[in-house]
Design a protein around this ligand. Structure first.
Ligand SMILES: *Cc1c(COP(=O)(O)O)cnc(C)c1O
Length: 418
């Protein structure tokens, strides 16, 4: 596991997907930049837990290797055997049929260090370790529930709403969440990179569509690309006069906070207004490392939001969810969306009744800061887009009065003359 420790210090980090052993051709377009990097170990927070994990599972590897995001990618756990090396696997988790079939496995050493080796029910562990239950297909589950392929006018672009587009810039991800809505695309290992030619076609589409004022970069995970490739995209999009804002959707700050280097944030902040939506799931993800990464991003003036998928037994408890929102606000991340889990194949064990989401919102509204309250949405199968669900605060009308119920269940009237 420690065969690939050496990293060139003076070379710009490559794309994560090019760090992968066999799957891809070397990317000849990859530029090599000579940059001076500070010793990572002096830059990043490293918790005691990480150091213990490093010493135990990667003996002889230095903390500065651990802090190098390329090292994290190269040494990610991707097979049943590798998971077996640090987790006591349950029967469900050690069923080999759950591996290599559909969604691959990928856990960074950093995120692995957060997993409880003895508890298969631990929330974080359940989000990344496959189980045989994934093999059960339930009614209504489909490959591409959001019909993104259908709403795609050119490859890589999903144009569903009038004024904004989703731009899927890479299929590579630094973690495969077991409930991933893009399972159907990230699992295509033969095509992790998108070529610059494909990017340019997507950018041309955006340039030609003057109604697009907001571009959302997602994937896969855009932050697994090298700084120079991310900058290529941002610079091109920033140059388009009608593109008012750019957003990046990512889980990297949570599963590989080492990626959020000074160089990266210094580059990102040249392309304001730039927003970031980070995929958080559970309060246990908010470690000193993640706090550090989010602080860097926020200090660079990037407004941070979180997107969370509601998951049974993981974050569907109202007090756990409230804790998550409070911890997020402390690191300047605004809870943005709470998603009902999409019906991808083999996801029934994660799905909650809609009532759970409503109950979470009911438990937040009035009881805590409005800033802590996300929109609870269903991204509707068939491409209908996100539809918000709210608890019923409107009881009804009596003549000219609207009858409302507040967070404590008390009834109030508001004069609403028509
Ligand atoms: C979620 C999504 C967006 C962005 O939606 P917002 O509500 O503006 O955050 C844009 N396009 C597609 C296809 C989406 O799924």
């Amino acid at each position: 596991m420690k065969k690939e420790e050496t990293v060139s210090e003076s070379r710009e980090p490559e794309d994560a997907s090019s760090l992968e052993p066999p799957s891809n051709q070397p990317d000849s377009r990859q530029e090599v930049h000579l940059t001076i990097q500070a010793a990572p170990s002096t830059v990043f927070t490293v918790s005691v837990r990480s150091v213990e994990f490093l010493t135990k599972h990667f003996p002889g590897t230095s903390v500065s290797d651990w802090n190098n995001w390329q090292w994290q990618v190269r040494n990610s756990f991707t097979s049943l055997d590798q998971l077996n090396s640090f987790l006591g696997l349950s029967e469900q988790e050690s069923n080999s049929k759950a591996y290599g079939r559909n969604l691959p496995v990928r856990i960074t050493p950093y995120y692995a260090s957060l997993l409880d080796p003895n508890d298969p029910g631990q929330p974080l562990r359940r989000t990344v370790v496959p189980v045989a239950l994934e093999l059960n297909i339930s009614p209504g589950e489909v490959e591409d529930p959001l019909s993104e392929t259908h709403d795609s006018p050119v490859p890589l672009i999903v144009h569903r709403y009038p004024d904004r587009v989703l731009f899927l810039v890479t299929n590579f991800c630094s973690a495969f969440c077991r409930y991933c809505t893009r399972t159907h695309m990230v699992s295509k290992q033969d095509k992790v990179h998108s070529s610059q030619v494909e990017w340019d076609k997507a950018i041309d589409y955006i340039r030609e569509h003057t109604e697009v004022r907001d571009v959302l970069l997602s994937g896969g995970d855009p932050l697994t690309l090298s700084d120079s490739r991310i900058e290529y995209l941002l610079a091109k999009l920033h140059d388009i006069p009608h593109v008012e804002i750019i957003r990046i959707g990512t889980k990297v700050p949570v599963v590989m906070p080492q990626r959020i280097t000074r160089d990266l944030v210094n580059m990102l902040k040249k392309y304001h207004p730039l927003f970031m939506s980070i995929h958080f799931t559970h309060p246990d993800e908010i470690t000193p490392e993640v706090m550090d990464a989010c602080n860097r991003l926020a200090d660079a003036g990037i407004p941070l939001g979180s997107q969370t998928v509601l998951l049974k037994g993981i974050n569907d408890d109202a007090s756990v969810f409230k804790k998550l929102t409070h911890e997020l606000l402390k690191i300047r991340v605004k809870p943005y969306y709470l998603y009902q889990c999409d019906p991808i194949p083999g996801s029934a064990h994660f799905r909650t009744p809609l009532e759970s989401g409503l109950e979470i919102i009911r438990n937040l509204r009035g009881f805590t800061s409005g800033y802590a309250i996300p929109h609870f949405v269903i991204d509707t199968p068939g491409g209908g887009g996100k539809i918000p669900l709210l608890p019923d605060y409107v009881v009804g009308r009596e003549g000219d009065d609207l009858i409302l119920r507040n967070y404590e269940g008390k009834t109030y009237r508001f004069p609403d003359y028509i």
